[in-house]
Design a binder for this molecule. Structure first.
Ligand code: HEM
Length: 472
């Protein structure tokens, strides 16, 4: 009896504690939900506990698509900015291209940091240019920019061109057998080989089932991984709690794999006096030359930046290639026009695909631009406010730590900016038409000092992949 009494008392305490906890959380959320009203900003009504997010599960990660509805509602009401909530966190959505320009370019000093969860204390090997803050980011950007100089692009052009050979052989096999092929997977294998080659000077062997380690790692990273998703969701709910709990977004298997590859590769180059014209060499030189300095580029920095180039480099470009091929398959006349251009330009250049010949393919570039308008691989560009900022026309002031988001998908599909927006029409980007496009409604690579560092490389790699597929 005494045990039963004790148990019911315990249950009572637990229930009371849970109710108190729930009430505290509820009060905290309710107060957070008054943030935009207190700031005098228009806002979209949030709901407890998701804020303006639609759902809690894995789908909640598709933030880019969720923002489309908020954008439409704000636009309908004539707002240039609109307050929303990501769980209890205030997020300001930018609607007007002029405001977007101010945040990304003119007033960049107020928005130098990217809103992306990272955990420097518990996950130092995943600190990189992508998540670095303020001064640290400026220094890294300066150190890494030479990777994509014009001279390096020329060298990389030849490497990428060569990486397409196994893909061409696979097409040959398929065309003989007549079997259906998974083009998304094939272009991902090509993009993985490319990054393996330009980043590490290695043959990643993605087309060889016995050697395709890089591809396996890439595929595993983007596959549903419940643990990573839970970490990301907690990171979205509250960064401080996620950091305190030691959560990470890059899984250990990926960090360990690249740590080993880099260590082995660096050892081989040093022991054999080998130098290559690749990203690995640039980072290795940086690592060696800054040893002992206060702001040294450490081995952890080395690993973190290689990982980010791998992730940022292969998925974005392969997504661009497969959506371009999807649209060209749906629009055979545009496909034919692209193919005719490729053949004509190649003929003019003696049948060779060179750095110069690919730059002459203006219609192909229009196809890629239009693909990126409809299907930007990165759906939102997000910044943290790092010092208080007042939005000019609205007089709304945001403080340090508030996130502002540029909704790329919504902008690209806004009929005010792109008439008949669902139609795939590369002529929107022809030399006659493209000047009428407001630059700040089309930013698939971001804009301003913190835009995509690999833009030229991503465009080059996607173009080469498409040329190879289309001219077969
Ligand atoms: C079609 C291909 C690509 C697309 C659409 C794309 C898109 C983007 C976008 C939207 C951003 C955020 C920009 C901003 O916040 O303003 C970004 C950043 C970045 N991208 Fe790309 N990207 C592509 C290819 C690549 C490639 C090939 C690499 C490297 C090999 C790369 C490396 C990076 C890095 C390191 C950043 C962070 C830059 C910084 O914070 O300074 N990207 N990319």
């Amino acid at each position: 009896m005494a045990v039963l009494g004790l148990l019911s008392q315990l249950l009572l305490y637990i229930s009371a504690a849970l109710v108190t906890l729930f009430l505290c959380v509820y009060v905290y959320f309710s107060y957070s939900f008054t943030y935009w009203k207190r700031k005098g900003a228009p806002y979209i009504k949030p709901k407890f506990p998701l804020g303006n997010n639609d759902c809690f599960g894995a789908e909640a990660l598709s933030y880019g698509l969720e923002t489309v509805d908020w954008y439409k509602e704000a636009k309908r009401k004539g707002h240039t900015i609109v307050g929303t909530w990501n769980y209890s966190n205030p997020v300001l959505l930018l609607i007007d291209p002029e405001v977007i320009k101010n945040v990304l370019v003119k007033d960049f000093n107020h928005f130098t940091d990217r809103d992306f969860f990272h955990n420097p204390k518990h996950d130092p090997k995943n600190e990189s240019i992508f998540v670095a803050e303020n001064e640290e980011w400026r220094q890294l950007r300066q150190r890494l920019s030479p990777v994509f100089s014009t001279a390096k692009m020329r060298v990389m052009f030849e490497l990428v061109n060569k990486c397409a050979e196994p893909m061409m052989q696979l097409f040959e096999t398929y065309s003989q057998s007549g079997d259906p092929m998974d083009i998304k997977d094939i272009v991902a294998m090509f993009a993985t080989d490319v990054i393996g080659c330009v980043a590490f000077g290695l043959d990643a062997g993605s087309f060889n089932p016995h050697e395709a380690k890089f591809r396996l790692i890439g595929r595993k990273f983007f596959e549903s991984n419940l643990k990573t998703k839970i970490h990301l969701i907690i990171g979205r709910i509250n960064v401080k709690i996620a950091q305190f709990l030691g959560l990470r977004v890059i899984p250990d298997f990926l960090t360990n794999f690249f740590t080993e590859v880099i260590a082995e590769n660096a050892r081989f180059r040093q022991e054999n006096n080998v130098r290559k014209a690749d990203l690995m060499q640039l980072l290795l030189d940086l690592y060696e030359s800054s040893k002992g300095q206060n702001d040294a580029f450490t081995f952890d920095d080395f690993v973190g930046n290689v990982i980010v180039f791998f992730i940022a480099g292969f998925d974005t470009s392969s997504t661009t290639m497969h959506y371009a091929l999807y649209e060209l398959a749906r629009n055979p006349d545009l496909q034919e026009k692209t193919r005719v251009e490729i053949e004509t330009v190649l003929k003019k250049h003696g049948g060779h695909l060179t750095y110069e010949s690919f730059q002459d393919m203006t219609y192909l570039r229009q196809v890629i631009d239009e693909t990126l308008r409809l299907y930007p691989p990165v759906q939102n560009v997000a910044r943290f406010c790092v010092k208080p900022y007042t939005f000019k026309d609205s007089n709304v002031t945001v403080e340090k730590g508030v996130s502002v988001v540029v909704p790329l998908v919504a902008l690209g599909r806004d009929p005010d900016h792109y008439p008949d927006p669902e139609r795939f029409d590369p002529d929107r980007f022809s030399s006659q038409n493209k000047d009428s496009i407001n630059k700040f409604t089309y930013i698939p690579f971001g804009e301003g000092p913190r835009n995509c560092i690999g833009k030229r490389f991503g465009l080059m790699q996607s173009s080469i992949g498409l040329i190879k597929v289309l001219k077969t």
